[in-house]
Design a protein around this ligand. Sequence first.
Ligand code: NAG
Ligand code: NAG
Ligand code: NAG
Ligand code: NAG
Ligand code: NAG
Ligand code: NAG
Ligand code: NAG
Ligand code: NAG
Ligand code: NAG
Ligand code: NAG
Ligand code: NAG
Ligand code: NAG
Length: 811
Amino acid sequence: MHDLVSLFITIFFIYFLNLKNNIVLKVFMTTIMSGLQLLLRFFSLFFIFSSSFTLVVGLSGCHPDQIQALVQFKNEFDSSNCNQTDYLDGVQCNNATGAVTELQLPSGCLTGVLKPNSSLFELRHLSHLNLSHNNFTSSSLPSEFSNLSRLEVLSLSSNSFIGQVPSSFSKLTWLNQLDLSHNQLTGSFQLVQNLTKLSILDLSYNHFSGTISSLLAMPFLSQLDLSENYLTGSIEVSNSSSSLRLEKLSLSNNHFEGQILESISNLITLKLLDLSYLNISYPIDIQIFSSLKSLLKLVLSGNSILSTSLGSDSDVPLNLEWLDLSGCDIREFPNFLKSLQNLDFIDISNNKIIGDLPEWLWKLPRLSSVKLVNNSFTGFEGSKEVLQNSSVKILDLALNHFKGPFPNPPHSLYVLSAWNNSFTGNIPLSVCNRSLLYILDLSYNNFTGSIPRCLRNFQTSLLVVNLRKNNLDGSLPDMCYDGALLRTLDVGFNQLTGKLPSSLLKCSSLKFLSVDNNNIKDTFPFWLKGLPDLQAFTLRSNKFHGSISPPNQGPLAFPELRILEIADNRFTGSLPQDYFVNWKASSLHMTEDGSLYMGDYTEIPGYIYEDTIDLQYKGLFMEQGKVLTSYATIDFSGNRLEGHIPESIGLLKTLIALNLSNNAFTGHIPLSLSNVSELESLDLSGNQLTGTIPKGLERLSYLAYISVAHNHLTGEIPQGTQITGQPKSSFVGNEGLCGFPLEQSCFGTNAPPMQQQQEQEKEEEEVLNWKAVAIGYGTGLLLGLSIAQVIASYKPEWLVKIAGLYKCKTY
Ligand SMILES: *[C@@H]1O[C@H](CO)[C@@H](O)[C@H](O)[C@H]1NC(C)=O
Ligand SMILES: *[C@@H]1O[C@H](CO)[C@@H](O)[C@H](O)[C@H]1NC(C)=O
Ligand SMILES: *[C@@H]1O[C@H](CO)[C@@H](O)[C@H](O)[C@H]1NC(C)=O
Ligand SMILES: *[C@@H]1O[C@H](CO)[C@@H](O)[C@H](O)[C@H]1NC(C)=O
Ligand SMILES: *[C@@H]1O[C@H](CO)[C@@H](O)[C@H](O)[C@H]1NC(C)=O
Ligand SMILES: *[C@@H]1O[C@H](CO)[C@@H](O)[C@H](O)[C@H]1NC(C)=O
Ligand SMILES: *[C@@H]1O[C@H](CO)[C@@H](O)[C@H](O)[C@H]1NC(C)=O
Ligand SMILES: *[C@@H]1O[C@H](CO)[C@@H](O)[C@H](O)[C@H]1NC(C)=O
Ligand SMILES: *[C@@H]1O[C@H](CO)[C@@H](O)[C@H](O)[C@H]1NC(C)=O
Ligand SMILES: *[C@@H]1O[C@H](CO)[C@@H](O)[C@H](O)[C@H]1NC(C)=O
Ligand SMILES: *[C@@H]1O[C@H](CO)[C@@H](O)[C@H](O)[C@H]1NC(C)=O
Ligand SMILES: *[C@@H]1O[C@H](CO)[C@@H](O)[C@H](O)[C@H]1NC(C)=O
């Protein structure tokens, strides 16, 4: 049906197109205006169904045959992801002949197999074809591409193409750009030798093998990217045979052998050279690149470098702006950098350099990014002012052995990362008298004194303040004013006192707030619910006190919250049954806001920050772990909480760890827990829980740790593998429990038979599902009422209690 409609409309418009060519739209409009109401209705009816309608109207310069081929091409695939506007924007026809000359499909538009008889190959006048970032599921490249003999630009990157590149590609002799990157193509590609006009060739991220010498001799080639393949052999380029235009060459992550560097040194026009992870068996002598006078960017990471070539008298390409020497097994500071007066970016992370940073480094006039992570640096040569006049913007000193006070940071600095060192003294106060600062990460050091108040000077830029694990004291200062951009504030593991400043509320972009392991004396900051984006909040191990139940009883209103750790404080009170209903954790996705880890704020070019957290669950222990945006954890342990565990916990589908241990919770273990399918660690030990262990917990296949020790539980321990695999200590201290792994057998006890337990659970489960649906639709009072109604019609014991609670508050 759909195809018929498309065809009909296509034919109809082809008719118009033939008549009026460029003014079709106008004719169409006037036709309608002049009273063809019937036609209008007819069309508006089909407008909804026909995707080709828009397509055709927009392609006024194109010949009907060509339009038909385009429509057919699109219909060969699942095109449900196509955006019509973009699809149109990507088509261009020659307005003299009406032939399609350019086709650029938007990313992710088409899914399906590209067949050899595809209508695509009827668009013989194409000169520019870009099908990148679609999904031609496991198609091999049809040799019919050679029918498009006028192609000058062909991009098929990121498409899941497999197999060999057909030899017919060598007939595309007009090709100027060819991009086959990010597929799974195999074989060698001698065939491109005949493509003598090629200027840009990208074959990266495939499974190509064989040797490549011939490519480097292609006369017009200016950019060649072969990274991430299985290329082997040596490369031979003599002075005379080398390309005279090659400017960008990337050979990273291959399996070359032999003297490939000699050959590369003949490519004297190179500006960019990436040789990372070559896996060659000998160390690289940097002086071999001295002939490359135009070289601006050199990436050698993951290769070992000849130490004698790092001295200040080395003959190296002097114009270098970008140099990456990370993971090169370097043991002493590369003094040749001193002569690189244009150097802008230097990365010597992941080496084994010991000692102080030379004073001259900071005098390089254009230096902007300095990455020295994971070495054994201990200090700075020169005075406390040594950095002051440097042009450095991004300074990353993390994971070294720096000690003593931090020198005054440069004025231009906008990222300062120095975590995991042994710096002492005050947080460098002069950090404050500059205009911009995006990221300040001084965590895991030994800084003392108070947190500088003047950090608020940067509220229009500052995104991250991480001062975790230092020796800071005093109270948390007011850092936030209207318009503050702060997203991460981590001051955990210090000696902070006082209360949480109410000014935190002004940091309305805050996502990650960690004040754990301090001496803060305050009540639970319900007022923080005004932070619409708060995702992770930990105040573990402080002196917080008072009720954890919101003043108005209802749910805890942090809509984006997924990590809440309030363990080891002095909180009291009970949790309302609907405590967790507003939490986002019921539906988190791996790609939530595009980033896998919390804190990965993409705005800062050239630096990646990631929030870390110490997860201290018995089933999951992770110090300084990155925090996935897609999971939730809750730790309320070691407080004085009482009352029932809210059934609404079962709504948090992405909860991986729940710790309510060492409180005074009473009542049953919520049956709804068996819905928390991602749960890995569950600790309910040290409470006053009664009843049986719900059989439904057997279903939790990721459950690695469970403890219900020291409660008043009774009956048989469910015998699923996740549960019986636990040690005995997980169940001790419950006088009425029986069955494996405990020694008490259930035979002859008065434990309720399993059969009866299951039926009860089934009934209550249905209620919970009902409730989840209701929650999806309503909020606030409406929600309360819908729960109350469900309760009224089912009335299992636990729900009657909530109903009572609700009625008290509602009326
Ligand atoms: C299609 O793309 C255009 C321009 O890129 C954009 O304005 C429009 O919102 C998109 N439409 C849909 C449905 O995504
Ligand atoms: C084709 O149309 C475009 C814009 O409509 C115009 O700029 C261009 O000159 C035309 N070319 C020919 C060959 O008519
Ligand atoms: C092809 O399209 C993609 C976006 O879909 C774009 O990033 C790329 O630059 C284009 N390539 C060419 C050669 O035009
Ligand atoms: C490609 O060209 C060959 C020879 O010119 C022709 O036989 C074949 O039908 C063409 N294929 C398509 C899909 O147009
Ligand atoms: C293309 O070939 C497939 C078989 O490979 C066939 O099912 C399909 O009908 C053909 N399509 C056209 C338009 O000829
Ligand atoms: C491509 O399509 C296949 C089949 O529809 C699907 O399984 C796969 O996830 C898709 N891949 C991408 C990257 O979208
Ligand atoms: C390259 O072109 C020559 C002459 O045009 C031809 O003989 C040879 O077969 C072609 N090579 C490939 C790999 O197609
Ligand atoms: C290549 O050129 C360099 C200098 O331009 C010269 O020293 C060397 O001998 C030449 N090598 C060959 C093989 O011609
Ligand atoms: C690197 O080369 C060695 C042999 O020199 C080989 O054993 C090893 O697998 C290679 N490593 C990678 C990552 O290819
Ligand atoms: C630090 O660098 C060494 C190589 O010198 C590497 O093996 C190690 O994995 C790096 N450590 C981190 C945390 O990146
Ligand atoms: C920084 O520059 C100022 C003004 O140019 C100068 O007075 C001062 O001595 C310089 N400091 C250092 C450490 O070079
Ligand atoms: C931090 O400093 C204190 C004394 O100021 C010292 O006792 C402690 O060992 C230091 N910690 C580290 C990790 O250097």
